[in-house]
Design a protein around this ligand. Structure first.
Ligand code: SF4
Length: 368
């Protein structure tokens, strides 16, 4: 007979709980029980008094995409009058602005452009490495890598090796949403499967690229779909670590912003979409309890706002995420999203929550 508190007590001591047990506590535990267990685990894995943050910039190099995910308000079809590929001039300006405020990373993602060949991405990375040697490049989520694989008819390992040689340092965790194909087939039927997402991350892990894992909730899914997602991440992390790789450095969950998307417009019962603060915090705490082989967890201010992001620091998060400076995929889907956060604001928000803010790099090394 399963017992909620006993399961949580074992997890706090570092024991890996089963998928069945995780499903049981997802609803069976109170928010207070989950917060208490998640906070204990967070303090065991990371310095209790410190909350880290990253100064970086999200750059969306192209909005051309042929995948038409129903939750995406960012993409434009090929040939659309609003479609773009950023010029080197604009990219240079964005990177220089990032460096000016002490930024250490650019996170570059875009749509699945059907014309861009592998050498286009290689040239881009080489140009950045030569012109801006101090900037970390975490670029191209697994679904973009798969797009290059399809265009070139090459394996993920081949494409990632070539990109790494050209200067790629890491891969963002985007495109995971929920890895359970029962959800993917409904909201993003043309996107890569959950298994393929993991396969590409596995290749990235074996190449020692910096990677993160992400999760989006609020598609009208069941708890078991969420837990399946977490199990797939946990299994991949176990595999990578057993091989001696770093695996995922961090995990971040956020909530679907569906207001201006096809999914929001088409859904008969829109009340099932999205998630409030309570559900976000419950999911974060469950993630901290279940994914103990991923060291760091971020709170999500862009989708939840500053106040909930502060509370998330008591629900398992040890990192306030990044400044981002600009973000288009999430922000174009929501009128509520705050598009810019100043570094000073993050510092005071973390301090106000009772922690010492520390600037980090992609690898979670303290830089200031
Ligand atoms: S989420 Fe990404 S893959 Fe899906 S339509 Fe938008 S840009 Fe394309």
């Amino acid at each position: 007979m399963l017992n909620t508190q006993k399961i949580l007590d074992r997890a706090v001591l570092g024991e890996q709980i089963s998928e069945e047990e995780c499903n049981f506590i997802y609803r069976g535990a109170s928010l207070g029980q989950l917060a208490s267990a998640a906070d204990s685990i967070r303090k065991r894995l990371n310095p209790a008094e410190t909350v880290t943050y990253l100064i970086d910039r999200n750059i969306n190099y192209t909005n051309v995409c042929d995948t038409a995910c129903k939750f995406c308000a960012f993409y434009r079809p090929y040939g659309h009058k609003e479609s773009y590929i950023l010029s080197r001039e604009i990219l240079a300006q964005k990177i220089e602005e990032t460096l000016e405020i002490g930024g250490t990373r650019i996170l570059m993602q875009g749509g699945h452009h059907p014309d861009l060949r592998l050498d286009w991405y290689q040239d881009l990375l080489t140009w950045i490495r030569e012109k801006y040697p101090k900037i970390q490049t975490d670029c191209f989520s697994p679904s973009e890598i798969d797009n290059i694989c399809q265009i070139e008819n090459k394996s993920a390992y081949y494409v990632l090796s070539a990109l790494k040689d050209a200067g790629l340092m890491g891969l963002p965790g985007g495109g995971a949403e929920l890895l359970d194909d029962r959800i993917r087939s409904r909201v993003s039927p043309k996107k890569i499967s959950g298994e393929r997402w993991i396969e590409i991350m596995d290749a990235a892990h074996s190449l020692k690229l910096a990677t993160s894992a992400s999760m989006v909730i609020g598609f009208g899914e069941k708890d078991e779909n969420r837990v399946r997602h977490l199990t797939m991440l946990r299994d991949q992390q176990k595999k990578a670590k057993e091989r001696g790789d770093f695996g995922f450095i961090a995990f971040i969950a956020w909530t679907l912003q569906h207001e201006q998307t096809a999914l929001g417009r088409q859904s008969i019962n829109r009340g099932l979409l999205g998630s409030g603060a309570n559900e976000y915090l419950r999911n974060l705490a469950i993630s901290r309890i279940y994914l103990q082989n991923i060291t760091h967890m971020q709170s999500s201010w862009p989708t939840q706002g500053y106040k909930v992001a502060q509370v998330a620091l008591e629900f398992g998060a040890d990192d306030f995420g990044s400044t981002m400076m600009e973000e288009n995929v999430v922000s174009q889907a929501s009128t509520k999203t705050q598009q810019k956060v100043q570094v000073e604001e993050i510092l005071s928000l973390v301090q106000e929550a009772g922690f010492q803010p520390r600037q980090r790099n992609t690898w979670y090394q303290i830089v200031a």
